[in-house]
Design a protein around this ligand. Structure first.
Ligand code: NAD
Ligand code: UD9
Length: 459
């Protein structure tokens, strides 16, 4: 069977026949990008359809997958699912994207869409995938965009680009945006059941075909929105809501000293009212989603967006605020930050995820260095050279007690830090960025919570 006769876009088969073809392996799927999100997605597609090729530019990733192994850490169930799908011949990987595109009737794109230094969406990897798809596109194919893109990308970039590069007319292939709404550490669960799947096609037939596909991928609802641009906006609105909400929490944390209260206690109590859902303050907002997506919106609209941009500024100010708080707390303890030895705990942007993009730890370390501290950093998830690249001396967790520390800043509370024997350290000044430390017998200032020593407020 050729890809063109098996395609779902404008299929002449009745819907049940299309579903049977999809789940019976007669509609070949190619997933472009086998990273933290792409590999789980490819494995779920393989489980549902039995016929998936995964494409990645990284030969090590391709080799690992073809060996039935999983290069993505800390994703429950993923190693088993990848092994199972490779073993049964439902999933294989390749670096040959054009050949994979030629074989596919469904093309799923899940490659990085980062931000340039000028805060413009960087669609280079995405456009490279479009080149491959164009070389293999056949009538009836569906192109499903899962990675986050600026609003209008499917309509204004993907369709015209594929039309001009493939030689097909836009009425011969479908394009839909179906956002990945998944979080690292619970990818399989999120893809298959946690949230409704949003689908939006560039036309009604693309929306219909995408809805049919995702009806086989998730047990949750499939929500078809008006068009692809709406679906693109949905994903960005989720992210910008989180960013603005966290900025509010951070601004409230910054007025804590004026109010003289535990702001996190007030937030928790306020959140018992069902219409109130203030997020948690912290040392900053990291990762390659929440801090970047606001610019996917602001870079594409002519209207003013002061709230979105101010939220970014507030969140970006938190690493320096965190380091300055340590400086002030050391001063309150009669000590100086200049020459102090400070350990930063957690360099990744989130606990349990080996990802450092836009990590607040970078800004905290920079500011501590500016203040003249000697900065050490501990991160059990990262290699020493990665930690050192942020301007701190890497230290193993077990070696910390031998380092004559003056102070500690908890940026990202990995679970390994629960084992720290705080009694092994003399008289520390600690800034707890995430409010995860209990009574540790040292002087602790919690972002939002304020100063505390041995469980007693010491204002
Ligand atoms: N990680 C998340 O929490 C998350 C959640 C929701 C959505 N997303 C979206 O998914 C995208 C991918 O995220 P991720 O976490 O999987 O990224 P990742 O960095 O873990 O993996 C990306 C993979 O794509 C590969 N790649 C790069 N260019 C390629 C190309 N031209 N062709 C084929 N493969 C290529 C890389 O080698 C890598 O293996 C993000 O940019 C974002 O838009 C991510
Ligand atoms: C709600 C959710 O799960 N959204 C996800 C998000 O995932 P993520 O991996 O980026 O993680 P987040 O939890 O959003 O954290 C981002 C940064 O904000 C800090 N933070 C968080 C909450 C808070 O109250 N106060 C904070 O300060 C945190 O420490 C970290 O630095 O984006 C993905 C891609 O779009 C989504 O798919 C995915 O759904």
């Amino acid at each position: 069977m050729t890809a063109s006769s098996s395609g779902l876009y404008n299929s002449t088969r009745p819907p049940e026949g299309q579903r049977t073809a999809l789940t019976g392996g007669a509609v070949p799927v190619t997933v472009y990008g086998l990273g933290k999100m792409g590999l789980p997605l490819a494995a779920v597609y393989a489980q549902a359809t039995g016929n998936v090729v995964g494409v990645d530019i990284d030969p090590d990733v391709v080799r690992t997958v073809n060996d039935g192994e999983c290069h993505v850490a800390k994703e429950p169930g993923l190693p088993e699912l990848v092994a199972e799908q490779v073993e049964r011949g439902a999933l294989r990987a390749t670096t040959d994207s054009v050949e994979a595109a030629k074989q596919a009737a469904i093309h799923v794109i899940i490659v990085p869409t980062p931000l340039t230094d000028d805060r413009e969406p960087d669609l280079a990897a995405f456009e490279a995938v479009l080149d491959s798809i164009a070389a293999g596109l056949t009538p009836g194919d569906m192109v499903v965009v899962e990675c986050t893109v600026p609003p209008g990308t499917s309509r204004d970039l993907v369709v015209p680009y594929l039309e001009s590069e493939s030689g097909l007319s836009r009425s011969e292939f479908g394009v839909a945006f179906c956002p990945e709404r998944t979080s690292s550490g619970r990818a399989l669960q999120d893809i298959t059941e946690s949230h409704p799947k949003i689908v939006g096609g560039v036309d009604t037939e693309a929306t219909r075909a995408a809805s049919l596909i995702y009806g086989e991928i998730t047990s949750n609802d499939v929500i078809a929105v008006s068009d692809a641009t709406t679906a693109e906006a949905v994903k960005l609105f989720e992210g910008v809501y989180r960013d603005v909400n966290i900025a509010l929490a951070n601004e409230l944390a910054r007025i804590r000293d004026d109010l003289g209260i535990d702001v996190t206690e007030a937030i928790d109590a306020a959140n018992t009212q069902p219409y109130c859902n203030i997020h948690a303050p912290g040392p900053g907002v990291g990762g390659h989603c929440i801090p970047w997506y606001p610019y996917f919106i602001t870079s594409r609209v002519s209207a003013e967006t002061p709230l979105i941009l101010t939220a970014r500024e507030v969140n970006d100010s938190m690493p320096a605020f965190t380091a300055d708080t340590l400086r002030d707390e050391l001063a309150n303890a009669g000590r100086t930050i200049e020459g102090a030895t400070v350990a930063v705990l957690g360099v990744t942007y989130r606990p349990g995820v080996a990802e450092t993009r836009a990590t607040p730890a970078a800004g905290v370390i920079d500011r501590l260095n500016e203040h003249g501290a000697t900065v050490l950093a501990v991160d059990p998830m990262l290699d020493d050279d990665v930690v050192a690249s942020f301007g701190a001396t890497p230290v193993a967790l077990g070696d910390l007690p031998s380092k004559s520390l003056d102070a500690v800043v908890v940026v990202t509370p990995h679970e390994e830090f629960d084992d720290i024997e705080w009694a092994d350290f003399d008289d520390l000044v600690v800034v707890d960025g995430r409010g995860t430390l209990g009574d540790i017998g040292h002087r602790v200032y919690t972002i939002g919570g304020g100063p505390r020593r041995s469980g007693v407020s010491h204002e």
